[in-house]
Design a protein. Structure first.
Lengths: 449, 461
């Protein structure tokens, strides 16, 4: 694949680009959906595409396509150069320069079993997830869907400025949406697991988690509106950490669109919260030796010892901010040009077990699910109000289930308000790739009845 | 209409797809081209041009779908995809029916955007930028985006269907950030259609001023109230409320899997008689319209609620066969890489009798949600949540102060039954709807709608 990437760089230079970069990705994957003890759909597919970034002076443009023939690449290169001519000049625009991949040596991101398992065996895994959910309790009325999916990717990046790199990675996940029959209606619960290959998944655990989450919601009612301590379970904490991570991108900061602008060096959190961006964590889904523009990934301390240490940079933001790239240029495949984004966000586990966390909360609310994050959070001001469900915490113990309420605060206050972290850290893939334990927030507004 | 794959190739692909049995086979091919660009800090940037083509082949046997897709439209590759889809089957060969002539009636496009010089698109963004920045000195940041997409699709199946569509969509979006001291607020507005560049003939720059006005208004906002109260929802994108709290629950896959609060409610009174609603994929040039759905079925107008009575679910081919009914033309897919699922097209509450001013005047203390940033529903439980992007307090029958950070939260069946007034105004706005990992363009519409009681989640307890 690196050969095709090199050819694309040459074609772009020929098309008039001063500098050029090519990103080529090949992906093959399978997906199995099951329902009611039968396979609903089986998908097997491969795809391959190329994206070219072209710089003409201080202008940059991007084009992508799937035709990798010589004429296809030449046409793509022409379109990238054409796109650059439309753009306005930007004094900080320019191609990244390489820097080796020393830190990533020994990083294993692929699991060979992913291709070895037959489709039948993968279907059996998905069916086992469904059975585990259905068998967990008589009140489990059904499963909306149980799914297994995997992807094996090979990426090559080359540029006219000497960047050249290739890597492979694989990932898979399984999930279930279980339905429990309550007195008033149905409740849903999501169970999920991830790994580099199917052998890493625990179907029974995924099924049970979905069932338990659905069962826990039976009989849920609206809480009274109040301000109180709130415990976020790891899935919910991950969503908020993901949003905070977005605000720590230098791109957002430089363009005046982050609530964390101007806060580097300031106290932004309590002692209990330590946050890293780690693009090299072997278990992180977003790990890779190189970022989306070929700069080595690394581990960057974001919040440590109560202080905001740095923002995250790609090459453009680094030039503009007089800093170095932190290897945080990310892409959502060849159809997207790179932009600054988190890799894996990792919150260090705390010292309190879950029971101790509840005990420290005293009287409050445990949030186990949030909805409406894309519409309920203002990423510029950080102000949010999102839908939530969970349980009452009374006298330090879990009490009745709660639904149909909102939690509201702003991201900066929330980060400051983290007063304890649990020991139950897990990887959550819903809002970027985040690993976090449960977090106790000193006070948040809960709006119910 | 052009054929992306000619009928002979399509027939061969279908025949190979059924080589190991199966009761249904289909090939879906597409070719797409798009251009996007943005203006940020008054500079044209993020200019991106993309092209793609490919085909997906599926075989259905005993309720299981076998699916494979390939990039490109090379007949040999598509036949290989058919072989791959059929590979897991072990039954006797079945034979597809002969294909008819290709059918389809695409939407009318006057000015194909691909033929418009890029400078005009950049100039459009510059105009948006100037108009927004001219709206007030407190506008600190402004970004706008332009997107055009041309998509030709072609579907052939073993029942003899052969159909095509030619789809062109354009959309611009504006986002303004207003700043006063430490206070930061945002406002956004979009304009889009299944139409050519003629969409921008009128006054596209108005959306920039709208976005700026929203952000500036919010600078004077107080914290949103928290609690249950009457809510008046604005027209246009307010329709996302109906899209989320009813539309998704009527999609037949949710019904068949036991994951909808509307199961068993067909024919029942679910709302007051003042409410009638439709899903209509044929509305001329609307954002959610197409000539055919992505299974080749002509799009249609489906009345889902008639005077408060639930009258229809929304079907794709698979769910329709399962229920022994006809597809309602709601089988949609994001691309050839995805399997079709039942999806809404343009969904709206038909205009009612009420004057919007009178609907507000009758509220002693309540909330006026002019527009939303979006929403989400769990069709199985009916629980939904909406982020309000522009909202005001109603006091003594009058709209008073703007509120920030409000969320509406509730349960579908309760909220639907609580709609006690529908306005005589009407507008349809554009949205991008996500379901099963696929994003498709949808229209959402209504006039003003009042809900007697709903929970507003703000910070002021």
């Amino acid at each position: 694949v690196i050969e095709a990437a090199r050819r694309a760089v040459e074609a772009a230079t020929k098309a008039g680009a001063g500098e050029a970069e090519a990103y080529l990705a090949e992906d093959s994957g399978r997906e199995v959906r099951v329902h009611g003890g039968a396979v609903e759909s089986l998908t097997a597919a491969t795809q391959r595409g190329l994206g070219i970034r072209a710089w003409i002076g201080k202008r940059v443009g991007y084009a992508y396509g799937t035709d990798l023939s010589a004429t296809g690449i030449a046409a793509l290169a022409e379109r990238a150069a054409e796109a650059a001519r439309i753009a306005d000049e930007d004094e900080f625009a320019g191609a990244p320069v390489g820097g080796g991949d020393a830190e990533a040596r020994g990083l294993v991101l692929s699991d060979s079993t992913i291709g070895e398992w037959s489709t039948g065996r993968l279907a059996e895994l998905a069916l086992e997830i469904e059975r585990a959910a259905l068998g967990a309790d008589a009140r489990i009325a059904g499963v909306e869907q149980a799914v297994y999916a995997d992807s094996s990717e090979r990426v090559a990046i080359a540029s006219s400025t000497g960047i050249e790199g290739e890597y492979s990675s694989s990932s898979c996940y399984g999930y279930v949406q279980a339905l429990a029959q309550g007195e008033g209606g149905r409740e849903t619960g999501l169970g999920f697991g991830l790994g580099r290959g199917p052998a890493a998944l625990e179907p029974a655990a995924i099924g049970h988690e979905g069932a338990e989450r659905a069962l826990a919601m039976i009989g849920a009612e609206k809480p009274a509106s109040r301000a109180c301590p709130v415990v976020l379970d790891p899935t919910v904490a991950a969503s908020f950490i993901g949003l905070i991570g977005r605000g720590l991108s230098a791109g957002a900061v430089q363009r005046g669109r982050s609530p964390f602008a101007g806060r580097v060096g300031e106290e932004v959190a309590g002692e209990v919260l330590t946050l890293h961006d780690d693009g090299l964590d072997p278990d992180g889904f977003a790990s890779s030796p190189l970022d989306g523009e070929g700069v080595p990934r690394r581990r960057t301390a974001l919040v440590e010892g109560t202080t905001l240490r740095t923002y995250l940079y790609d090459t453009y933001a680094a030039r503009r901010g007089d800093a170095s790239s932190t290897g945080n240029a990310s892409r959502a495949g060849y159809r997207s040009q790179p932009s600054v984004s988190t890799s894996n966000l990792v919150v260090a586990p705390g010292t309190l077990g879950f029971a101790e966390l509840l005990s420290k909360a005293g009287d409050g609310v445990l949030v186990t699910d949030v909805a409406g994050l894309h519409s309920g959070v203002n990423p510029v001001s950080g102000v949010f109000s999102v839908g939530a469900s969970g349980r009452t915490i009374r006298n330090g113990e879990l009490a009745e289930p709660l639904r149909e309420f909102t939690i509201a605060s702003d991201l900066v206050s929330m980060l400051r308000g983290v007063s304890a972290a649990g020991t139950d850290a897990r990887w959550v893939p819903f809002s970027g790739s985040v690993k976090t334990p449960s977090l106790l927030i000193g006070e948040m507004t809960v709006a119910g009845s | 209409m052009s054929e992306l794959i000619d009928s002979e190739v399509a027939a061969r692909v279908l025949s190979r797809a059924l080589a190991n049995g199966g009761e249904f086979a289909e090939v879906f091919a597409e070719r797409n081209a798009g251009l996007t660009m943005a203006i940020d800090e008054s500079r044209i940037e993020a200019v991106q041009s993309g092209v793609g083509a490919g085909a997906g082949v599926r075989v259905i046997s005993d309720g299981t779908t076998y699916f494979s897709h390939v990039d490109g439209l090379d007949p040999d590759d598509i036949e290989r995809a058919a072989d791959e889809a059929a590979a897991a089957l072990r039954a006797e060969r079945s034979a597809p029916q002969a294909l008819g002539a290709i059918a389809g009636t695409p939407q009318t496009i006057e000015v194909p955007p691909a033929g418009v010089p890029a400078e005009r698109k950049a100039a459009l963004l510059r105009e948006l930028d100037q108009r927004a920045r001219g709206a007030g000195g407190e506008i600190a940041q402004f970004t706008a985006s332009y997107a055009e997409a041309h998509r030709e699709v072609c579907v052939a199946n073993s029942a003899g269907l052969f159909a095509g569509d030619d789809r062109t969509r354009v959309r611009i979006g504006a986002q303004a950030v207003a700043r006063r001291g430490d206070l930061v607020e945002t406002g956004a507005e979009t304009l889009g259609a299944h139409r050519g560049f003629e969409l921008f003939d009128d006054d596209p720059g108005a959306i920039a001023e709208d976005a700026a006005r929203k952000a500036l208004t919010l600078l004077d906002a107080a914290a949103a109230p928290a609690g249950s109260m009457p809510v008046v929802v604005g027209g246009g994108f307010g329709g996302v409320l109906f899209h989320e709290m009813t539309g998704h629950g009527l999609e037949a896959d949710h019904i068949q899997k036991g994951a909808s609060v509307y199961i068993g409610k067909l024919g029942e009174q679910v709302a007051q008689p003042l409410l009638t609603a439709y899903d209509d994929g044929r509305l001329p040039n609307e954002w959610g319209s197409d000539g055919i759905d992505d299974e080749g079925v002509p799009t249609q107008k489906t009345r889902v609620i008639e005077e408060g009575r639930l009258t229809a679910y929304l079907y794709d081919g698979v769910t329709a066969r399962r229920d022994g009914v006809a597809s309602t033309g709601n089988g949609r897919r994001e691309s050839f890489r995805h399997l079709p699922v039942p999806r809404m097209t343009n969904t709206y509450i038909a205009p009612g009798d009420a004057e919007p001013e009178a609907m507000i005047a009758e509220v002693e203390r309540g909330f006026y949600a002019v527009s939303f940033a979006g929403g989400q529903v769990d069709p199985a439980t009916g629980d939904f949540v909406f982020g309000v992007s522009e909202g005001y307090l109603i006091e003594g029958g009058k709209v008073t102060r703007p509120c920030r950070g409000a969320t509406l939260i509730g349960n579908c069946l309760e909220a639907l039954a609580a709609i006690d007034a529908v306005g005589n105004d009407f507008e349809i706005k554009t949205g991008i709807c996500g379901k099963a990992g696929q994003r498709v363009p949808v229209g959402t519409g209504q006039g003003h709608v009042r809900i007697a009681a709903m929970t507003v989640g703000g910070t002021e307890v």
